[in-house]
Design a protein around this ligand. Structure first.
Ligand SMILES: [Zn+2]
Length: 420
């Protein structure tokens, strides 16, 4: 048996977390002392095609694992599974010499942890559903923490993060269909090449696990169970990347102008619905400025092909979409101090200059050089404006439109199909 020196390496921070979890774990999983039902985890019996692998943490070294009724650990090397009973309580999971250590057991570099019914667990007190996979990194010192979760349970942890759960039920249902489709599209596009399908951040869709669930969100998930959007592609119909963003400002945008991909259902459409619902500061945002030298540096660092411009001294609209009452930049011409120029997609410029996306809120603005500052003024809308306008969806729902009408408005020519 290997020396379990791992237990001697627990940091003070870990001990503090462990103590906290042991105490608060009683609050989060109170059924040991005072039975209270946990919402069952639907979809545990569904095909793995309808499960999602969510990367919760990468480069993790240790965490506290807790389940209400025990769990089983399956070693990727095919050894006999190890059962941890309810009485084990919270245990520490870590890595030692390329293997995973859970409690007092040592496993190989890839384990699957399956909690007992109702299939919930917590990682450092954050609660999730489904299974957990731990995969040791190539350096043997840390591991990826991946939540394998049935699609419908995944959505229950996403919708309340991406849209206020108190919004109209038809808007929540539209959001659910869009989030389900987007997730399956990303899984199909990248999943087979990676250990996971989606991240739990805005890079894909924000996933908060069980703490993001609510009865309203569960209703939206159940009432649209398995519904996805498809559109015509070639000879058939397939799912597509159902983008969405906060506030389009009056007209959504063609995806080809923003992300470079082209689908029939991702054409821009008029949206008279978000103006009355969204915040004023989202519909029309205030002027922001950035030091011209910083803007130049950031763009050249991110896109080395702009090095030949030496220093960017002017930014001018190149391709522009024009709508009633406003324009949106699709691409910009960047001019160097040496007179050379190159083109950059407006969405790429926006998120390079302002990675938060909270200052330059959209691609609808005028850009001018004032002194040593690039000034973005007359801004309109919040987000990339492709696909579903979320405030617009809420506006439509408040006018009595159902989720199918909302989806067919923002994704023209699309149809709803059921997977499962
Ligand atoms: Zn809108």
């Amino acid at each position: 048996m290997k020396d379990l020196s791992f237990t001697g390496k627990i940091s003070l921070r870990t001990l503090a977390v462990l103590a906290l979890v042991l105490v608060s774990g009683l609050l989060f999983f109170p059924m040991r002392h005072k039975p209270r039902p946990i919402e069952p985890t639907p979809g545990m019996e569904t095909s793995r095609n309808l499960w999602v692998r969510v990367l919760l943490f990468d480069n993790m070294r240790e965490f506290v694992l807790s389940t209400p009724f025990g769990f089983t650990v399956w070693d990727g090397d095919g050894q006999i599974p190890v059962q941890f009973s309810e009485s084990c309580g919270a245990v520490l999971a870590g890595v030692l010499e390329g293997g995973i250590v859970i409690g007092e057991h040592i496993f190989g570099g890839h384990v699957r942890i399956e909690p007992d019914d109702p299939f919930v667990f917590s990682v450092n007190n954050e609660k999730y559903r489904g299974h957990l996979q731990l995969i040791v990194d190539s350096d043997g010192k840390s591991f990826d923490v991946i939540n394998s979760v049935p699609l419908e349970s995944y959505l229950a942890g996403v919708i309340g993060e991406e849209m206020p759960s108190y919004w109209e039920s038809e808007a929540l249902k539209a959001q659910t269909v869009v989030a389900r489709t987007y997730c399956l599209f990303m899984k199909a596009r990248f999943g087979s090449r990676r250990k996971w399908d989606v991240k739990r951040t805005q890079a894909n869709q924000v996933y908060g696990g069980m703490s993001s669930e609510s009865p309203m969100v569960w209703d939206a998930v159940r009432q649209t169970s398995g519904c996805v959007l498809v559109c015509r592609q070639g000879d058939g119909e397939k799912i597509f990347p159902t983008y969405y963003s906060s506030t389009c400002g009056g007209h959504t945008e063609d995806s080809s102008h923003v992300f470079g991909d082209s689908y029939e259902a991702l054409r821009g459409v008029p949206c008279p619905y978000c103006e009355d619902v969204t915040r004023r500061s989202f519909f029309q945002w205030s002027t922001v400025s950035f030091a011209a030298a910083d803007v130049s540096r950031r763009i050249i660092r991110r896109y080395p092909r702009f090095k030949s411009l030496e220093r960017i001294v002017a930014i001018e609209p190149q391709e522009v979409s024009e709508y009633e009452g406003f324009k949106r930049n699709c691409s910009l011409r960047l001019v160097g101090v040496n007179g050379r120029s190159k083109t950059l997609r407006a969405e790429d410029l926006r998120l390079t200059v302002d990675p938060t996306g909270r200052k330059i809120k959209s691609n609808s603005y005028e850009i001018t050089l004032r002194g040593k500052q690039f000034v973005f003024s007359g801004g309109r809308g919040f987000g990339h404006a492709v696909g579903m306008c979320q405030y617009g969806a809420e506006g439509m729902a408040r006018k009595g439109k159902d989720f199918k009408t909302i989806l067919s408005h923002y994704f023209p020519g699309s149809s709803i199909r059921r997977v499962q």
